[in-house]
Design a protein around this ligand. Structure first.
Ligand code: BTN
Length: 309
């Protein structure tokens, strides 16, 4: 969204404003105001012109300009109704030098999961990839994934879902009291960089939002199933705002993660290429690695792997 449109929406958010007033406060011509209002209407904003001036009556339910409107985080939104994979698009944008862009789609036709698994992305979900260029080392990169997990879990909890985090970054909903769970969110972070410097990170977040149980894979759940439909515009805004807070205060990520973790205290099996680790998950390190106490009392720190409990 261009700066004039953003400024017009900000002005209209406080009530009706006349064309001449807008032109003066934005230091543009009346014709320019009219043209931008026309563009906003094409984007789906219901702007009426009455005796008191232009009045914002309604905001589009879910598209790029709608998510950017009132978003309190410095991300621009690239929205598609349908896309292959938002992570693939974020990679293209990274190659073009972009930063702080969130690619958002209603549906993905070629989405990718972790460890080359499939990920189902029907219309109604929140399929999002956030492209950032942080000044961190690759060792700190997992903190960005944990930030996304915490931000998404918080947004889901605000939507009324009992969301918790399964190490390292699945957001799940407990089923019963036996430690079972259904998966609500998956996160796939991809990066490029050198040994001592990250160039970019694309944090891909897939949220089963307003999706019927019949359209979900086995072992998955959705916000619709757990708590009823969520306003995706607000959900994405809250997610991005909280993600932004954590990425600018990385020391606060792990403590927040611990508070939401389902994994700590559970008996886990972590599959790694070098062999499985089985025992009780007792903590996470400052960089988000899982500390497992094995049955013979040894403490093993696992920085990556597939965790079951
Ligand atoms: C997982 O295997 O749990 C991770 C799933 C990640 C899916 C998201 S949806 C948005 C982004 N685009 C993709 O193609 N994948 C990620």
């Amino acid at each position: 969204m261009n700066e004039t449109r953003r400024a017009i929406l900000e002005a209209l958010a406080d009530g009706p404003v006349s064309g001449p007033e807008l032109a003066e406060s934005l230091d543009v011509s009346r014709a320019a105001v009219w043209k931008q209002i026309d563009g906003l209407r094409e984007d789906g904003f219901a702007i009426e012109s009455g005796s008191t001036g232009y009045e914002l009556r309604d905001v589009p339910a879910y598209n790029g300009p709608a998510v950017e409107f009132e978003l309190e985080a410095p991300f621009s939104i690239e929205y598609r109704d349908s896309i292959g994979s938002t992570n693939d698009r974020a990679r293209e944008l990274a190659a073009e030098g972009a930063a702080d862009v969130a690619v958002l789609a209603d549906e993905q036709t070629g989405s990718r999961g972790r460890l080359e698994r499939e990920w189902s992305s029907p219309s109604g979900g929140v399929w999002l990839s956030v492209l950032v260029r942080p000044e961190i080392t690759p060792a700190q990169a997992p903190l960005y994934t944990l930030s996304a997990a915490v931000a998404t879990t918080n947004a889901a909890r605000e939507a009324g879902v009992d969301a918790r985090i399964k190490w390292p970054n699945d957001v799940v909903v407990p089923v019963g009291d036996d430690g079972d769970y259904d998966k609500l969110v998956g996160i796939l972070t991809e990066m490029e960089g050198e040994m001592d410097r990250v160039e970019w990170l694309a944090v891909g977040i897939g949220v089963n939002a307003n999706i019927d149980s019949t359209d979900l894979p086995e072992g998955a759940t959705s916000i619709r199933e757990e708590a009823g439909d969520v306003d995706r515009r607000r959900f994405v805004q809250r997610l991005l705002e909280t993600f932004d807070e954590y990425r600018t205060d990385l020391e606060s990520v792990v403590p927040a993660w611990r508070e939401l973790a389902l994994t700590l205290g559970q008996r886990v099996r972590v599959e790694r290429p070098s062999g499985d680790v089985v025992g009780e998950a007792i903590d996470v390190t400052e960089f988000g690695a899982l500390v497992v106490e094995t049955d013979d009392g040894e403490r093993v720190t696992v920085s990556a792997g597939d965790c079951e409990h």
